[in-house]
Design a binder for this molecule. Structure first.
Ligand code: MG
Length: 645
């Protein structure tokens, strides 16, 4: 059932008055599923959520077995990490868009999940990767024969520099260089090299000369200003032997060639230097360029492909953006989406939408509108209620996200989380509502009925707990903010348990498995030992936290319940209430004649304020210490309270 319909039922049933939810009645207390009026999505890493068959990997049945947990948490939708057949554990290198990854389950398992979730008023959103595929049968076929039916699916060129200059690379949408990504030589012949080589970089002439060497190999120069980026070794610092001349002799073992970098802190334009499509000849100066910056290879075939991300994920090619829907790749991908939408999927999360046409917002929005219309038509033909939900990942700040609303109904709001952590870090709450309203103002010119997908951290970012110094009170405040802000909140697996984790240690550490019981097994098979055992102790488990009235999990449940039963919180218009205290955020949310006052203390010292114009008698939900006396509200450190008006 759609939340809009639930909302009308709630109002019709006289439930427009918010139900006080603290203290919560018993650890297992749940709201009847048909009374969830909010749009709360829970983001699941399928491979590390719950393992149903004991093979160590999370799977689809594991989710089905935990629907009660997700229902009690107040979820009305689940965004699943990619579940299609793929090469990696994370799933973002899809090999077959129409089949389920056997490690995660079967189509029957997926259908069962959709149906059982539906009984609890929970929608299923699939992660759809449109920017690139994995290197599967399509790629093999496309790159081995010019008559392959998949030849047009990828961005291929025998001379990338010339093709880009002539505007023949549709993927660039008219830009002269990509916002991100590289050209890679298609395997065939010796692309890489193994042996001892001397490198001589002439920075003035922007050439590099590579020769065989019998000299002793040198170690990387730790004080270098120019580096080789080579093989799996990564950065090797060069020595400046005379002005503008950089040299080193090393043992090379690379299966793709190498690049030259003038910065290690950035991959921005102008810091990465490669070739223009040709191979290097030993002993002959090789001209570097930073616009194409293709891998410098040692031979091999003459055809190149473009990849925004890793070489293992070639970009898909949809032709000129204005008629992308006519491309073979679009039609094939859309047919796969049709299959899942007809099965009962109610939403798609689109990965990396900025890179489909290399950061060209208008081109990307045009493409996305075509994709949305196609998928929504299938949804409506299925008899789906309202419109299909679709949210895009444009991983950038609000002003640059906004134009994508020309193409999609919903986009993630990364700035929201960046603002939450910045303001908590600075104990600055009294411009929070203004900032959130400013975000929303940016979207309005592009789509009046935009759905602002607000979030804290996700599977690509340092954990909320990490950025908040593992402070439980701060993590609770962040969760309370998320669930009292306008928009459509997304809760990332583990945030409700107070997980931490740092991306620089490896992506696995920000995708840790759920800890269901104090002593039980976790779905860690995908991670090759990259598990923070110290974090995943007994007390962070769901079992322990359900028993602890003070736990972050209980806080999430209470605030989600408030949002689900209080239309003003879930659907209300936000209005800033002036706060003269730096740390104190105040705003109202109003809907259908109902108003609530929301108060959060962003600081670690108590705050007090007189609020003569507001009623402080009926608490909808609260977190931390608070009290009311003679019209004055006192909030303890990092505390929150919501009052019905
Ligand atoms: Mg399993």
């Amino acid at each position: 059932m759609k939340s809009s319909l639930i909302l009308s039922l709630l109002l019709a049933a006289g439930l427009s008055a918010c139900k006080p939810v603290t203290p919560e009645g018993g650890s297992q207390s749940t709201l009847p599923s048909n009374q969830k009026g909010a749009d709360i999505t829970y983001q699941i890493n399928v491979y590390s959520f719950a393992d149903s068959d004991g093979d160590g990997y999370g799977d689809i049945k594991g989710i089905t077995e935990h629907l009660d947990y997700l229902d009690a948490l107040g979820a009305t939708a689940l965004w699943l990490s990619p579940i299609q057949t793929c090469a990696s554990y994370h799933g973002y290198d899809v090999l077959d868009y129409s089949s389920i990854n056997p490690r995660l389950g079967t189509e029957a398992d997926f259908k069962e999940l959709i149906d059982k979730a539906r009984e609890k008023n929970i929608d299923i959103y699939m992660d759809y990767v449109l920017n690139h595929s994995g290197r599967g049968e399509w790629f093999s076929s496309a790159t081995s024969s010019e008559s392959s039916p998949y030849r047009s699916f990828y961005v291929l060129s025998d001379n990338p520099t010339a093709d880009v200059a002539a505007g023949r690379v549709d993927n660039y949408a008219g830009a002269s260089s990509p916002g991100m990504g590289s050209w890679h030589k298609i395997s065939g012949g010796d692309v890489g090299y193994k042996g001892r080589l001397h490198f001589s970089l002439n920075w003035g002439a922007k050439t590099i000369t590579v020769t065989k060497s019998d000299d002793s190999p040198q170690s990387s120069n730790p004080a270098a200003s120019k580096w080789l980026w080579i093989g799996s070794a990564g950065a090797v610092g060069l020595y400046e032997t005379s002005s503008g001349l950089f040299e080193i002799t090393i043992d090379v073992d690379t299966d793709w060639g190498f690049l030259v970098r003038s910065s290690l802190s950035s991959w921005d334009d102008g810091t990465k230097w490669g070739g223009d499509g040709g191979s290097i000849t030993l002993g002959t100066p090789f001209k570097l360029n930073s616009s194409t910056a293709a891998d410098i290879t040692f031979g091999g075939s003459s055809t190149w492909y473009f990849a925004s991300f890793d070489a293992s994920m070639p970009d898909l090619n949809y032709g000129p953006y204005a008629k992308a829907s006519e491309s073979e790749a679009f039609k094939t991908l859309a047919e796969s989406a049709d299959k899942w939408i007809r099965m009962g999927v109610n939403g798609l999360r689109l990965d990396a939408v900025m890179w489909i046409y290399q950061e060209q917002a208008d081109a990307n929005a045009s493409f996305l509108a075509q994709w949305y219309d196609r998928c929504n038509a299938t949804y409506k033909a299925r008899g789906g209620e309202g419109d299909l939900y679709m949210v895009g990942e444009a991983f950038t700040e609000t002003a640059r996200v906004a134009p994508y609303y020309k193409g999609l109904p919903s986009l993630f709001n990364f700035s929201y989380w960046w603002t939450v952590k910045d303001r908590i870090g600075r104990a600055k709450g009294n411009d929070f509502a203004r900032t959130v309203l400013w975000f929303r103002d940016q979207y309005k010119p592009y789509r009046s009925n935009f759905i602002d997908a607000i979030k804290l951290s996700n599977h690509d970012e340092d954990r909320t707990g990490n950025d908040l110094g593992r402070s439980l009170p701060k993590m609770k405040l962040a969760g309370a903010l998320l669930l009292t802000s306008p928009g459509k909140p997304f809760i990332y697996q583990g945030e409700e348990l107070g997980y931490w984790g740092e991306k620089s240690r490896g992506d696995e550490f920000i995708r840790s498995p759920m800890k269901w019981t104090r002593e039980g097994r976790i779905a860690s098979g995908a991670f090759g030992g990259k598990i923070d055992i110290g974090m995943l102790g007994p007390e962070i488990s769901v079992e322990a936290q359900l028993e602890d009235e003070d736990s972050i999990l209980r806080m999430y449940k209470a605030f989600a319940r408030a949002r689900n039963t209080c239309p003003a919180l879930s659907h209300g218009q936000m209005a800033e209430v002036t706060s003269r205290i730096d740390a104190l955020a105040l705003w109202t949310m109003s809907y259908g004649g109902q108003t609530v006052l929301v108060a959060h203390n962003f600081g670690n010292t108590p705050v007090q304020t007189a609020l003569p114009e507001y009623k402080l008698t009926k608490t909808v939900v609260s977190n931390g210490e608070y009290s009311v006396k003679d019209g004055t509200l006192s909030l303890g450190p990092f505390a929150s309270a919501v009052f019905e008006q």
